[in-house]
Write a protein that binds this ligand. Sequence first.
Ligand code: PLP
Length: 390
Amino acid sequence: EFQPSSKVRRLPEQFFARLEKQAKDLHATTESVINLGQGNPDQPTPEHIVEALQKGAEDPINHKYAPFTGFQYLKEAVATFYKREYDVTLDPTEEVAILFGGKTGLVEVCECFLDEGDLALVPDPGYPDYLSGVALAGASMHRMPLKHENDYLPDYRAISNETFEKAKLMLLNYPNNPTAGIATPKFFEETVALAEQHDVCVVHDFAYGAIGFDGEKPISFLQTEGSKNVGVEIYTMSKTYNMAGWRIAFAVGNRSVVHAIETFQNHYYCSIFGAIQEAAAAALTGPQDVVQQCVELYEERRDVLVQELHRIGCPIHPSKGSFFAWMPVPEGFTSEGFATELMEKCSVIVAPGNGFGEAGEGFVRIGLLESTERIKEAVNRIAQLNVYGN
Ligand code: PLP
């Protein structure tokens, strides 16, 4: 038996890998499991994107290694997308890096900018892979609590000057997973000002960029003046276009960050299958109606969930964006305890909030990734527990 490196030993069990295993075990023994635990879009990839992949797969140019840093046409498609959606101008060559999915990019950017002993500012609760990136780099983190009373934005006044001075990297994510909060222009302006003042590199994870509710389109960090001087935005195809299995995303913005990511990747990978790059370009520049349809679908599910949970006495706040809901656990339960109760007594899987950080204790995350009927059924099963004083 071989002892893995200290790098590997530093890594905790991956939170979603654990959830996936739990779900598999439950499916093996129980019928009618309702899995609201994971963040896997339930709708298929739009047909024209699949067709672009099929066509690309037949083209011999894609049977060879693709260019190291990706095809230029894809970088141009990303620039077209940012101009069309956010009125942000990007230099396709210098300001766009192509990534093997957002998850990989987020871990890579930590490896690129954190040395052992460095400090990163990380949202709490937050997407668990931020912690993986920081752990792999051997850095430490300062957690920024996201609370309802502050609209799930970090309170920068609670962070000392000394901490800001020490920090090298700050990770942010709006629309937020797991709290479903959204950012405001003012918050991003403050972020840019602080990052400039303290020389912190900002990485804004815009995974749910397309998913805003109540008619509100989520804003891109790059719409903020000066943002390109202080960081990048990571945009994945997984959620906007139901392409989670395809593994493709982008980092856009600051040239030195884009350059570092590309340098790092050149030693790890030899680009992405060209047919996937063609499909991604087709997604970014082709018809966008499916995106809006999905947002409407998630919003309808959110409304049903909130209505049903209020009916049984659960004081949940309606999500503003992303495809998650952040549900307070009933009195007397921990996050983990409530998730286990739901799994064992209701065959309903949810993600315990403490898996997203210390400040996630007291909540579970629900994915709006099942039909409204199944969501209603899940709440009916929860109602039978009589835990919300209903
Ligand atoms: N960031 C957030 C907040 C996410 O929720 C996810 C996926 O669940 C990702 C990034 C990574 O997405 P992907 O690796 O599929 O691009």
